[in-house]
Design a binder for this molecule. Structure first.
Ligand code: NA7
Length: 539
């Protein structure tokens, strides 16, 4: 039972950290089972990553019907106006969820969790937040997502810049007007591509500082007509039903054929077809060996490169954005979806600086100096990504039974059984965590499917009066090996991506997401659950 008295520390069955999709799923489900649950959220409203990432152009890369919960009572009354909704519409969706599910009453906002310590005697986590509050909970469920710790590179002089400087993941809630300004963007990942498209339209001058080109795909954005909305509604239940059978938790999957086993004409026709569909189909709905076989990948890359070159006037710029010789295989670093990204570079107000040729030397009071000279700027946008997957967890001082923090335990790489728990940290079950399907899986799908596994586990344990669960060391080591083995036949290790932890200097290079696909992951979980959660020590 929970108690809320000013002179006592509140005690809960479950404390959830983070009010994004994963966190609010936990809140709603566990509350409905009768448990006392609260969410601590660092932001001032629900939405998780969509609270922080409100930069111009921030937009979902999944089709709207996939980017919401699959409960019929929720989807039947909800419509996104575009195929790929922007951040403000996703926020409206969260407001809608709040209204329908009455979430906010159990969420403590502006409460960034700073530390958590396990009290072995009482089998409880003692959790503290930056707002001075303390809470005790039998289970701690961090739902901090893959991108809650922005990465700001240590560029010399950055603090001396006198214009406005913002990281995309810490964008001012009041917005930043880029109109008529001299804008610089460092980084061309998903966030960079999105902000560049907007800045190219609004800024007087835009300079893009690119280190690695983004192999971006055609979004196929559409404003949805009433007929299309009806069509979506008619097919929505069926689309959700197949999510657990596909690699990425979407409503489509890889083609069960090799790119090399078809004729060149058939291959070209297939690429044209899936390219035309837009979205991630060219990534996760392509030939089954594109992410595993260099020759197959080369065919996809060449198709993509030609599509890009057709849209860029200057071949020298085209070569920088889509080099004839790939810097890394296509699709092994997270691709982005773009609308007019490549055309932007044909505009007179847009300049591309290739940091591989002219690295950044320093940020000055007035701009950015590279080996090619100084660019004067009013606004500097850092689209430099996140300490992905692990950063949200290691940013907190979470101390387990051995006295060491999670940050210390994972200093030389993560081990996380099933991607949900790590030995030495009992009763702590994280969602969207390291070596879970997370980064390769559609977010809301993962929040629901993986989320339900956690709900079931907590419910099973509490109903049977067992109050302590912990990943076994042997099990988490075996899981890490399993993940490493899955990477070997793939091409994922051929790019310095956040999937591999390779976007942060000094971070251990290892696959941070489960690359076996959602169905295999679920089978592994069910095998464990059927043996009373084999791999977990339960007392
Ligand atoms: P990403 O995809 O990690 O992109 C970060 C970008 O910033 C990328 O282009 C990096 O270049 C660049 N970067 C990082 N550090 C530097 C330095 N020091 N100098 C120059 N350029 C740098 O982050 P996003 O926010 O765009 O997207 C994250 C995820 O959000 C995305 O995958 C989707 O899932 C949604 P690099 O490629 O490392 O050479």
């Amino acid at each position: 039972m929970s108690q809320t008295q000013s002179d006592t520390v509140e005690e809960l069955d479950v404390l959830v950290i983070g009010a994004g999709f994963a966190g609010i799923y936990q809140l709603d489900r566990l509350r409905s089972l009768g448990y006392s649950v609260k969410v601590y959220e660092a932001g001032s409203r629900i939405g998780g990553i969509w609270y922080w990432n409100c930069y111009p152009g921030a937009r979902v890369d999944s089709d709207g019907p996939m980017y919401q919960f699959s409960r019929e009572d929720l989807w039947k009354d909800w419509e996104y106006s575009e195929r790929f909704p922007d951040w403000s519409e996703v926020r409206r969706y969260f407001d809608y969820l709040d209204e329908k599910l009455d979430l906010s009453k159990d969420i403590r906002f502006d409460a960034r969790v700073t530390s958590a310590e396990f009290d072995e005697e009482r089998k409880q986590w003692v959790v503290r937040a930056a707002d001075g509050s303390t809470v005790r909970a039998t289970f701690l469920v961090p739902c901090t997502g893959f991108g809650s710790k922005p990465y700001i590179p240590p560029i010399p002089g950055l603090e001396s810049f006198r214009g406005e400087c913002h990281h995309t993941g810490l964008w001012p809630q009041s917005g930043v007007d880029l109109t008529g300004k001299r804008v610089g963007v460092i980084g061309t990942g998903a966030s960079g591509v999105q902000v560049i498209q907007e800045a190219a339209r609004d800024a007087a001058e835009l300079t893009v500082f690119q280190r690695t080109p983004n192999l971006a795909f055609r979004m196929g954005q559409q404003t949805l007509t009433p007929e299309q909305q009806q069509e979506i509604k008619d097919g929505q239940a069926a689309r959700y039903a197949i999510r657990t059978t596909t690699f990425g938790g979407f409503d489509y999957d890889f083609l069960p054929v090799s790119a090399l086993d078809v004729t060149p004409e058939e291959r070209e026709a297939t690429y044209e077809r899936i390219w035309g569909m837009g979205g991630f189909t060219f990534w996760l709905g392509t030939f089954q060996d594109v992410l595993f076989d260099t020759k197959a990948n080369d065919t996809a890359y060449e198709f993509w490169r030609k599509k890009v070159w057709e849209r860029i006037d200057d071949p020298a710029v085209a070569e920088k954005l889509a080099p004839v010789v790939p810097i890394h295989p296509l699709g092994v670093k997270r691709p982005s979806l773009e609308q007019n990204y490549y055309e932007a570079y044909n505009q007179d107000n847009v300049t591309l600086v290739d940091l591989r040729e002219s690295p950044i030397e320093e940020v000055t009071a007035t701009g950015v100096r590279t080996a090619a000279g100084e660019v004067e700027l009013d606004v500097l946008v850092l689209a430099t990504g996140f300490d992905s997957v692990t950063g949200g967890l290691t940013a907190m001082d979470i101390r387990g039974t051995g006295g060491i923090t999670m940050r210390e335990k994972w200093a030389d790489g993560v081990s996380a059984y099933m991607g949900v728990a790590t030995a030495g940290f009992p009763n702590l079950l994280f969602l969207y965590g390291p070596q879970s399907p997370s980064g390769f899986c559609n977010g809301p799908t993962c929040a629901e499917i993986q989320g339900e596994l956690i709900v079931r586990m907590i419910d099973d344990l509490l109903r049977s009066g067992r109050r302590r669960v912990e990943a076994e060391v042997e099990a988490e080591n075996a899981w890490r090996e399993h993940v490493a083995e899955l990477v070997v036949p793939s091409l994922f290790d051929r790019a310095d991506s956040w999937y591999m932890g390779a976007n942060i200097p000094g971070k251990t290079r290892q696959m941070l997401n489960y690359p076996g696909g959602l169905p295999t992951y679920l089978t592994k979980w069910e095998e464990s659950a059927a043996k009373d959660y084999a791999g977990f020590a339960i007392t």
